[in-house]
Design a binder for this molecule. Structure first.
Ligand code: NAI
Length: 340
């Protein structure tokens, strides 16, 4: 059987460093992948291409799966976020971010095990902004019944498939009665079809307070786009930071796997980036391939990688963000050496 093609987008900032580290571990674990390298973000601009080149999009459409490093979006300049564009263009409407404590990584709470589900295509990230008159600008928050219903269905189906017990929606429907009201109503109606899953809703400010007081009272969080973005980082902070939280952007046809963190320009090129989040993301990707292709070899490879990084962490092999002293490459080597 030929190797499975997967599009690889190294991205910007720490992206290329963590990507190389992940490839090193995946090679050691014998991942049977034919990587197709493509560019996006500042790296694409530097190469004289569009920020999100058509050939990158075509390759993802063709192959169906991509592993992506973070891409920088310049603040306040004329570029709309390449990440937002990518998710909208390919209709990757569900972002899923598992947030779990890891043995060997010290955190305030011992047993956090949360799934954050973020609607990825609507809300304030619709990018519809206007200058009404100098000094007065607006940003349009968009919610559609189709969009709210499909993310609610996705979350409940995921919960049932993965044996999760409860979904909590964070919202601000007391203020944004129409948009957040619709998001909440669609989730409530979906619950009628999934009575085996517990459901609750919370106003997001109170929800965030409860989340930092005791994250173990939550199981799955379902959020619209902006809230999902913010709360994902908050949740990362509960389990050791952005270096340990993986993610996937999923649509009906394609899946783009990327960690929650960004391009971290403050530490880029210094060997300080933790490649674990992207490595965990690669394990999610291998499991996705196994499901899609009914090929347990990918799942077994993912399990070898997971066991290896768990062993490395438990033995105190930690990067600086987690209180250790290993650099990006040392950590990748430590994990690769522990692949069995
Ligand atoms: P960021 O996630 O890049 O960094 C936030 C903080 O976490 C920084 O102090 C950084 O050093 C640290 N950090 C992040 N990942 C780390 C890792 N793997 N190991 C160790 N430390 C890590 O968020 P920020 O600074 O808000 O954004 C920087 C750029 O990244 C922006 O241009 C933003 O638009 C972009 N971005 C891209 C994303 C993507 O491509 N999916 C997601 C989030 C942000």
């Amino acid at each position: 059987m030929p190797s499975q093609p997967v599009v690889l987008i190294p991205g910007d900032g720490i992206g290329p460093e963590v990507t190389e580290a992940v490839l090193h571990v995946l090679d050691a674990a014998g991942a049977d992948i034919a990587w197709q390298r493509h560019q996006a973000g500042l790296a694409a601009l530097d190469a004289g291409l569009d920020v999100l080149p058509a050939q990158t999009l075509d390759a993802i459409r063709d192959v169906g799966v991509a592993l992506k490093g973070p891409c920088t979006t310049p603040v306040g300049k004329g570029f709309s976020s390449i990440n937002v564009q990518l998710r909208k263009t390919l209709n990757l409407y569900a972002a899923v971010r598992p947030v779990r404590c890891l043995d060997g990584v010290a955190t305030r709470f011992d047993d956090v095990d949360l799934i954050v589900v973020r609607e990825n295509t609507e809300g304030l990230y619709s990018g519809v902004e206007n200058e009404i008159t100098p000094g007065v600008v607006t940003s349009l928050k968009v919610a559609t019944e189709i969009g709210c219903t499909r993310i609610a269905r996705w979350a409940f189906e995921y919960a049932r498939r993965r044996g999760r017990r409860k979904i909590t929606v964070f919202h601000k429907a007391n203020i944004m009665k129409l948009t957040d009201g619709l998001f909440l109503r669609c989730a409530e109606s979906m619950h009628d079809e999934f009575a085996d899953i517990e459901f609750e809703s919370m106003i997001i400010d109170a929800g965030c307070m409860k989340l930092v007081q005791d994250p173990t009272r939550f199981d799955m969080l379902l959020l619209e786009n902006l809230y999902g973005d913010v709360v994902s980082d908050l949740c990362a902070g509960l389990v050791g930071g952005l270096g340990v939280v993986p993610g996937a952007n999923l649509g009906a046809e394609q899946a783009v796997f990327e960690a929650v963190h960004g391009s971290a320009p403050d530490i880029a090129g210094k060997g300080l980036a933790n490649p674990l989040a992207l490595l965990m993301t690669a394990v999610m990707m291998l499991n996705h391939l196994a499901d899609r292709l009914h090929d347990d070899a990918h799942r077994a490879c993912g399990a070898r990688v997971r066991d290896a990084y768990n062993r490395a962490l438990a033995e105190g092999m930690l990067t600086r963000d987690l209180g250790g002293s290993l650099d990006t490459t040392d950590f990748a080597r430590a994990v690769a050496d522990r692949v069995e």
